[in-house]
Design a protein around this ligand. Structure first.
Ligand code: CMC
Length: 435
């Protein structure tokens, strides 16, 4: 942590002496006040449910400027990475190592990832233990956690080589596990990875080929999937990333930590919004029904929200949404679905919402989920797997953040405090005297 000459002085109206605390400056973004000594000096904690004003770590991986609508991976704007920055493998390398790879580094990285795509043959028996109608996210929480019982040789978190091998294993095996979860749910045989294909093409192949019918790789669709992966690869200290860090802070192995991240991502307030946005469009049904729907959204008692709109951090157009909209257009064009009624409806809804005073005054703009559901549906991915694709993409972000945390000398086991509002000490009465 950079030392700072600047200090904040905290004064108390109850007569306690005032307190000086250091202020640290990041390279961009808000400064932070170091309150670590607050409790020792005053006996008080801070109160911040939802971490609205609390930086729980320092990080040099991802930065969001919510007012500008800017997202940077290691300093590079997401628009440049998605358009000129090569494929998802380059984004993975960047997030993990801090720099974009040279051509030789990329070849070596892709080669290493490719050689780890198969999962232990025994894993298929884990899958067979699940009901066929199990939600893919429950299957992924279980099977990713189970990887720890197969790869004992990379579990020493204090060994940098072990950490590296685990990172590669997770990135390489996630597509295989997500595709296996899908195949199991539809009763088709598992498809082994093909190492002559790119990361995204191999995933599409494992999803959509079967022994009777080989899958013909379509480059436009592969590029679309690759973009989905790039756009979802990391997003600062969101709920699932913070979960991975918290789990990892106790020294838990990386497979267990990523399984914890997947469990958190599963929640509808986090990873499930693209599914909800697609459901919403289906329910609205036609452009004619938009005014009535918007009326419901504005009515606080209706409980209806415009899904795929608004964001805790972005108070401007989510930069990922613009790119996803572009991809949506490309994919529908490629598949001859330009007249897809849901896409048309989404564009009409977006236009109306962006001009409506309710949304403008609250700075509610489309987020990435507004269009990603339409793209995934067009790729043939079932709705229940949308969050699984998100988990697949986010694995590299989680593992990069986990590695950064383990190497941080200031890292401590995460242990939030509380404002206790329950009963103070009392005596256990005999059962006959209770009630
Ligand atoms: N539709 C209608 N009104 C909304 C919406 C929406 N989607 N989002 C926020 N508002 C209103 C909200 O009712 C409040 O109004 P008022 O000031 O009159 O009480 C105002 O806008 C401020 O909203 P907030 O609830 O304080 O904002 P938040 O930062 O707590 O919530 C959010 C952010 C993403 C949970 C919320 O915007 C939302 O529920 N959006 C829909 C779900 C969605 O699309 N989620 C995906 C997020 S992007 C995925 C990712 O990055 O991981």
């Amino acid at each position: 942590m950079t030392n700072s000459e600047t200090k904040a002085t905290l004064s108390f109206s109850d007569g306690s002496p005032s307190l000086e605390m250091p202020i640290y400056k990041g390279t961009v973004g808000p400064d932070v006040i170091d309150i670590r000594k607050l409790y020792g000096a005053t006996g008080m904690f801070t109160y911040d449910p939802g971490f609205m004003s609390t930086a729980a770590c320092n990080s040099s991986i991802t930065y969001i400027d919510g007012d500008k609508g800017e997202l940077l991976y290691r300093g590079y704007p997401i628009e440049q990475l998605a358009v000129n920055g090569g494929d998802f493998m380059e984004t993975c390398y960047l997030l993990l190592n801090g720099e974009l790879p040279t051509a030789a580094q990329k070849t070596e990285f892709v080669d290493t990832v490719t050689k780890h795509t198969m999962v232990h043959e025994q894993m298929q028996f884990f899958f067979r233990g699940f009901r066929r109608d199990a939600h893919p996210m429950s299957v992924l929480v279980g099977t990713v956690g189970a990887l720890a019982s197969f790869y004992h040789d990379s579990l020493d978190i204090n060994d940098p080589h072990h950490r590296e091998v685990s990172a590669i294993r997770l990135i390489a095996k996630m597509p295989t596990l997500v595709a296996m979860a899908y195949k199991y749910s539809i009763g088709q045989p598992f498809v082994y990875p093909r190492n002559d294909l790119s990361y995204s093409a191999n995933f599409m192949y494992m999803m959509f080929s079967n022994p009777c019918e080989p899958y013909k790789v379509n480059e436009v669709l592969v590029r679309a999937l690759d973009r989905i992966l790039i756009l979802h690869a990391d997003h600062e200290q969101n709920a699932s990333t913070s979960t991975v860090r918290l789990a990892g802070s106790s020294g838990a192995n990386p497979f267990a930590c990523i399984a914890a991240g997947i469990a958190c991502l599963w929640g509808p307030a986090h990873g499930g919004a693209n599914e909800a946005a697609l459901d919403m469009l289906t329910k609205i049904g036609s452009v004619d029904n938009i005014p009535e729907f918007i009326k419901q959204v504005k009515d606080k008692n209706s409980g209806v929200k415009l899904m795929g709109f608004g964001h805790r951090v972005y108070k401007n157009y989510d930069p990922r949404a613009k790119l996803m909209r572009e991809t949506c257009y490309e994919v529908l064009q490629e598949l001859g679905l330009q007249d897809d009624p849901l896409f048309k409806l989404a564009m009409a809804l977006e236009k109306i919402a962006l001009e409506d005073e309710y949304f403008v005054s609250r700075k509610l703009y489309p987020n990435v989920d507004f269009y990603s559901g339409i793209v995934q549906r067009a790729l043939g991915i079932p709705t229940s797997l949308f969050t699984g694709i998100f988990a697949l993409a986010r694995t590299v972000g989680w593992i990069a953040q986990w590695k950064e945390m383990i190497s941080d000398p200031e890292q401590k086991i995460g242990r939030p405090r509380q404002l206790f509002v329950g009963s103070p000490t009392r005596k256990v009465p005999p059962i006959a005297e209770r009630g």
